[in-house]
Ligand binder design. Structure first.
Ligand code: NAD
Ligand code: SER
Length: 319
């Protein structure tokens, strides 16, 4: 029988994904059944404020466990992490937060017999030499510490499932594009920043070159993927924390041209920096046929549809 999650703790809830996924979870499961948490209090006016919130450093096992016990949590949506660029600035901290935090979530999951842990992975699991369309199962040799932690988390997911029967699930998210909360220091951040500049009528200095092509996904699809995978019957799942999910793939030049349909004078200058090397080590797109087969994954947004919606949302927010 399917186990319905009822009392959810979201870690890293103030970040780019958490700030929107928390709201979606509250709509689905009830505001009082979803506890948001992060290192810092939510910003004034953030929709996260309208519900339960706990300050939590996920590397602190005791606090993590106390919060799970206090709120009678049965499901953890574990989003707290350091992303690729922030991670390269401090690789040891990246390892400690990403691996230490996830081990704590998994160990609390086993100790308290939790129903489910959802923990995202990333296209950062791949490295140089990966085929242009990354297969579901294949060689994972990342060059960033962030990627190393994501491969490790995927392996830990398999380990905790096989050894302890812990139901852990995750998605290899592409770069996420959204209008609510700016991204937290990743290589794909350019695909969000470009919109802020275009809508404000400013020139965009892009830190990767115009031919850089990466897999991307619009936030509504990111939320849908998380909710759908969390809901999927466990007997249908052939993977745990490493499902490829695709939605769109484009190079920066094509994105800029699409934006120019709405802002014909939009200017962009390419000044590739150290982040180019990271982008070049990731695939152009992913093969997500297993996610489609196992739990019916199907994105709603392609690039032109995402551009229209992003521009409309940012115009309302910024102008
Ligand atoms: P983000 O950087 O926007 O947010 C991460 C949040 O974690 C921040 O609010 C930060 O304060 C919090 N945090 C950092 N260290 C913490 C700690 N020690 N204890 C508690 N909280 C801590 O990240 P995001 O984009 O929302 O990513 C969420 C998850 O999705 C991560 O696992 C990330 O790897 C994954 N992911 C994101 C993308 C993307 O493009 N946004 C793509 C692939 C995978
Ligand atoms: N968007 C993320 C990053 O660039 C990918 O996981 O780090």
């Amino acid at each position: 029988m399917k186990k319905e999650p009822k009392r959810i703790l979201v870690t890293g809830a103030c970040g780019q994904i958490g700030s929107e996924l928390t709201i979606a979870l509250r709509k689905k499961y009830g505001t009082d059944n979803v506890v948001a948490s992060d290192l810092y209090e939510p910003q004034k006016g953030s929709p996260i404020e309208n519900g339960l919130f706990e300050k939590l450093d996920v590397t602190n096992f005791e606090n993590f466990e106390q919060i799970v016990k206090r709120h009678n949590i049965d499901t953890i949506v574990h989003l707290a992490a350091l992303l690729s660029v922030v991670g390269e600035n401090n690789p040891t901290k990246c390892w400690n937060v990403n691996i230490g935090g996830t081990l704590n979530a998994f160990n609390i999951g086993v100790k308290h017999n939790l129903l489910q842990i959802f923990v995202p992975s990333s296209i950062a699991v791949w490295g140089p030499g990966i085929p242009k369309i990354a297969p579901q199962d294949g060689i994972l040799k990342p060059r960033t510490m962030y990627g190393v932690t994501k491969v490790t988390i995927e392996l830990l997911g398999d380990y905790y499932f096989n050894k302890f029967g812990l139901d852990c699930r995750g998605i290899r998210y592409p770069g996420i594009i959204s209008s609510e909360t700016p991204p937290g220091g990743g290589t794909t951040d350019y695909a969000v920043e470009i919109f802020y500049k275009a809508v404000k009528g400013e020139k965009f200095i892009c830190f990767v070159n115009e031919d850089t092509r990466l897999p991307m996904m619009y936030m509504p699809d990111c939320i849908k993927a998380a909710l759908d995978l969390m809901d999927a019957p466990i007997d249908k799942l052939t993977h745990h924390c490493d499902y490829n999910v695709g939605a769109m793939s484009f190079d920066v030049k094509s994105l800029a041209n699409e934006i120019r349909k709405y802002y014909p004078n939009f200017e962009i200058e390419y000044r590739p920096d150290h982040r180019q090397q990271i982008a070049d080590s990731w695939p152009d797109d992913v093969d997500d046929s297993i996610a489609r087969q196992d739990w019916g994954w199907q994105p709603d947004y392609d690039m032109p549809k995402m551009v229209i919606d992003m521009i409309e949302k940012l115009r309302n927010k910024l102008i």
